[in-house]
Ligand binder design. Structure first.
Ligand SMILES: Cc1cc2nc3c(=O)[nH]c(=O)nc-3n(C[C@H](O)[C@H](O)[C@H](O)COP(=O)(O)OP(=O)(O)OC[C@H]3O[C@@H](n4cnc5c(N)ncnc54)[C@H](O)[C@@H]3O)c2cc1C
Length: 419
């Protein structure tokens, strides 16, 4: 299998790039595995990798209905951060950040992790107070955070409208310098290759269409490539959680599926070298290495499995962009697409054993599952291997919704659009 180094680059350069090996095998399904992971997105692939690497469990299959990385892992706006306020979230996402910081070396795959920082803009005094509180909470947990005044913001993001006549005047901002972006496809490919190299089977074009059971216990999956048995079945299908869990007879979950759109502009000269978020609405943007502005806003606000969105949200996001950066008003939008989000009812994920014997569930990532990919895989692998959660995902239970112990980061209740 392919190994990347300066020597392999040079060797392939002189041989016309004809000798690159495939990054992973294309095996046929075996009749039985120790673990089956349903969903070849970032979380499923990272789980397979850490199961093999951290726990020595290599008789594993990742079962994906299309091609690896066709879902949200390849559709997001690539923001990575750990700027949360509630300790349960802070410790989990900071664990993820630490894994990100060594990921390219660990996977021998350049995931282009760029710690260019994230700046949350504040437009009212109460919002700035709120950011100061969040920044203090982050620092208390050992996470980097700085409160910035408009003068510092002007140096950092010269294109911003910081004038007094701006539609939403900027009065400060919260910066997490270690936050940034990464190349989403590379993350999927890197984890897939790392897991494959340790013996995990990647079963593409293999849709789960039902579950095998022995009484209540789940003992395998029915797929479009035949029945496959396993001692443990882990589900990590993001926006399709409701559909897949219904196949197992679980038809009520605290998850809604919504479309979230992303946008890319035509290429511009270097214009902004940090991630910027708007505090007067919902907009997050960065500039890619190719020069395009990569940005997004709110979910469309209705339940759907369609991977494309509607024009009102396009209009809303563009108007927010122009309110912040009037100089971009004539820049052309190059392309947009959508992904199906697994919106949980408190905005916090679920990584747990159950809800049926033999089953494990990973879902509820809302707008923010890309940055969680390493920690989600790491914690889910631990949970599957040991049949109990790690301390980082112990709070992310399913029954917190029954017990009323919600992890409501923004205090906005069960309204997916506000998470
Ligand atoms: C437009 C957009 C912007 C985003 N921006 C950010 C961001 O900036 N930062 C951030 O942290 N997060 C962001 N996210 C969220 C993040 O992308 C997701 O939370 C995360 O990728 C979800 O986990 P995943 O990668 O495993 O999901 P996916 O990649 O969707 O993986 C799930 C897989 O399951 C497969 N599957 C479904 N049903 C079946 C079946 N029956 N049988 C077999 N396989 C099945 C699917 O084909 C899919 O490949 C964004 C998402 C979108 C859509």
């Amino acid at each position: 299998m392919a190994e990347y180094s300066v020597f392999s680059l040079l060797k392939n350069a002189v041989s016309g790039n004809r000798d690159w090996k495939p990054a992973w095998r294309k095996p046929d399904p075996k009749p039985e595995y120790d673990v089956i992971i349903v969903g070849g997105g970032g979380h499923g692939l990272a789980t397979a990798y850490y199961l093999a690497k951290e726990h020595g469990i290599t008789n594993v299959a990742v079962v994906e209905k299309g091609w690896l990385g066709q879902g949200n892992i390849g559709r997001n706006t690539t923001i990575v951060r750990s700027n949360y306020m509630l300790p349960d979230n802070t410790h989990f996402y900071e664990h993820s950040m630490k894994l990100w910081e060594n990921l390219s070396h660990e996977l021998n795959f350049n995931v282009m992790f760029s710690q260019r920082g994230i700046l949350n803009l504040a437009h009212t005094p109460s919002q700035l107070d709120d950011y100061a509180r969040r920044g203090n909470a982050m620092r208390h947990c050992g996470v980097d955070a700085e409160l910035l005044r408009p003068a510092a913001i002007a140096k950092l993001v010269p294109g911003l409208d910081l004038s007094g006549s701006a539609r939403f005047p900027v009065i400060g901002g919260l910066m997490q310098p270690r936050a940034g972006t990464a190349r989403h496809d590379a993350v999927a490919w890197g984890y897939a290759r790392g897991a494959d190299r340790r013996g995990v089977d990647m079963l593409e074009n293999c849709e789960v269409i039902g579950f095998l059971r022995d009484g209540d216990r789940i003992t395998g999956v029915k797929t479009t490539r035949g029945d496959i048995r396993a001692k443990k079945i882990a589900v990590a299908v993001a926006g399709h959680t409701g559909q897949v869990m219904k196949l197992a007879g679980v038809d009520r979950l605290p998850i809604e599926s919504h479309v979230l759109q992303a946008f890319v502009s035509e290429s511009l000269k270097p214009f902004v070298d940090t991630v910027v978020t708007f505090g007067g609405g919902h907009l997050y943007m960065s500039q890619s290495d190719k020069g395009g502005l990569v940005f997004g806003g709110d979910i469309d606000g209705y339940n759907t499995y369609a991977q494309r969105g509607n024009l009102p949200v396009v209009e809303e996001v563009m108007s927010e962009m122009v309110a912040l950066f009037p100089g971009l008003a004539r820049v052309r939008l190059l392309r947009s697409w959508g992904g199906i989000m697994d919106m949980s009812m408190d905005g916090t994920p679920i990584i747990t054993t159950g809800p049926l014997p033999g089953m494990y569930l990973n879902t509820g990532w809302c707008y923010g599952g890309f940055k969680a990919t390493p920690a989600s895989g790491w914690c889910f692998a631990w949970t599957i291997a040991k049949d109990e959660p790690h301390k980082f995902n112990a709070p992310f239970t399913l029954d917190r919704f029954h017990r009323g112990i919600l992890i409501d980061e923004k205090g906005q209740g069960s309204t997916p659009r506000l998470h």
